[in-house]
Design a protein around this ligand. Structure first.
Ligand SMILES: Cc1cc2nc3c(=O)[nH]c(=O)nc-3n(C[C@H](O)[C@H](O)[C@H](O)COP(=O)(O)OP(=O)(O)OC[C@H]3O[C@@H](n4cnc5c(N)ncnc54)[C@H](O)[C@@H]3O)c2cc1C
Ligand code: FES
Length: 356
């Protein structure tokens, strides 16, 4: 086709087929695969819509897509290599794109909207606080899940993991561990004390991070505020008398960045099987009195649990994206299976500017 003809030729329609819904829909120019799915009433799993939570993850079976933001920030290298994409960031390029959504087997309560009030803020480290939010009614969730929190001044909700073990009847007062992100809309407001006595929109539960049934040894890695969902999951495991060996690696920069150690110790001392707690410091001054592990937390996996059958072990990780990516690489190097590594990456909007 000549240049003139190709410029004025009608744009080729782009269709998407989604398994297992058996849905087929057209994606108008400029829309993402997710936007068009929702406009067509297709229950495509999603939450943040800006490429940070991973809820819209699906497997590309046919066709090509372009990405509004880097899938690699939220998805792991291994997921990308296996063909996974984020529908909220994907614009179809070909006339027909086929994707498959993995329906989560997690039997979690459906998300609901709540009104919350920030009733307490406790300093945990120089950049992490524990906040207590009182809700208008109890919320039910599964240990490891998160809620969406929104103050009136931010454009969209942010995700925060429950730091408490759930309760069968629900919890009317919930705790979150929140790290200050410089320049972050929500956390700057929180750390400046501007969220006191303000009604917060709370919505949840969300997420698929949870303890999988079984007796395999489990290696947990937390970094920064990533401790919250792991504390929730381990405290629930302790209460349920889960009997499986557990190694807990807590990564921090210096001793001053470690917190809630007594809480982890309390879980360790009444865990129904062997429990190893190993804090690892990456930036502790060389001349300090620290006698524990030094370096990157993800390098201590085999030290924390020597001599186990790694092909049978499970990995649980929460924290900054870089730590999770390094953790997946270290865990798979031991022989751990990729489908036995579970994590929540604490992503934020900083990746948005990284796309050309
Ligand atoms: C599943 C999940 C669970 C999480 N759980 C927790 C938790 O328990 N505790 C916790 O502390 N965090 C958690 N997070 C992270 C949390 O949701 C927020 O992303 C984080 O607190 C930052 O929010 P913010 O509003 O302060 O920052 P944001 O406003 O999102 O900004 C973050 C950074 O990006 C920059 N930025 C913002 N917009 C742009 C843009 N358009 N272009 C370029 N840069 C930009 C900002 O300057 C800042 O440096 C979780 C995230 C996920 C996905
Ligand atoms: S909805 Fe796509 S990553 Fe959150």
């Amino acid at each position: 086709m000549g240049l003139f003809k190709s410029l004025f030729a009608p744009k080729e329609a782009k269709f998407v087929e989604v398994a297992p819904f058996g849905a087929r829909y057209e994606v108008p120019s400029g829309q993402t695969m997710l936007e068009a799915a929702l406009a067509n009433g297709i229950p495509f799993p999603h939450n943040c819509t800006v490429g940070t939570c991973g809820s819209c993850k699906c497997k590309l079976k046919a066709g090509r897509v372009s990405a509004l933001s880097d899938f690699g920030y939220t998805l792991s290298q291994q997921e990308i290599a296996a063909g996974f994409i984020l529908a909220c960031q994907a614009i179809p390029k070909d006339p027909l794109t086929q994707v498959e959504v993995e329906i989560q087997a997690l039997d979690a309560p459906p998300p609901e909207k709540f009104t919350g009030k920030l009733v307490d803020t406790q300093t945990l480290t120089h950049d992490i606080v524990r906040i207590t939010v009182e809700l208008d009614r109890p919320i039910k969730f599964i240990a490891g899940q998160y809620a969406n929190l929104k103050s009136p001044n931010i454009n969209r909700a942010r995700n925060y993991s429950f730091a408490d073990a759930p309760d069968r009847e629900g919890l009317a007062s919930v705790n979150f561990f929140i790290r200050k992100v410089p320049g972050g809309a929500f956390t700057e407001e929180l750390f400046a004390g501007r969220l006191k006595d303000i009604a917060l929109d709370v919505e949840g539960p969300h997420g698929a991070f949870h303890l999988h049934a079984g007796t395999a040894p489990m290696i947990c890695i937390a970094g920064g505020s990533g401790l919250a969902p792991l504390l929730s999951l381990l405290e629930a495991g302790r209460q349920d008398r889960v009997k499986r060996p557990c190694a807990f690696l807590f990564g921090a920069r210096t001793q001053a960045d470690l917190y809630a150690l007594e809480q982890i110790q309390a879980i360790a001392s009444s865990w129904a099987d062997k429990f190893v707690l190993m804090p690892v410091l990456s930036h502790e001054p060389a001349d300090s009195a620290w006698t524990g592990a030094r370096g990157l937390v993800t390098q201590f996996i085999t030290d924390a649990m020597p001599g186990i059958d790694w092909s049978n072990a499970e990995g649980y990780m929460c924290g900054p994206p870089g730590m999770i990516d390094a953790g997946i690489a270290s865990m798979t190097e031991t022989g751990m299976r990729l489908d036995k590594i579970f994590y929540d990456k604490f992503t934020d909007e900083s990746h948005i500017s990284k796309m050309p």
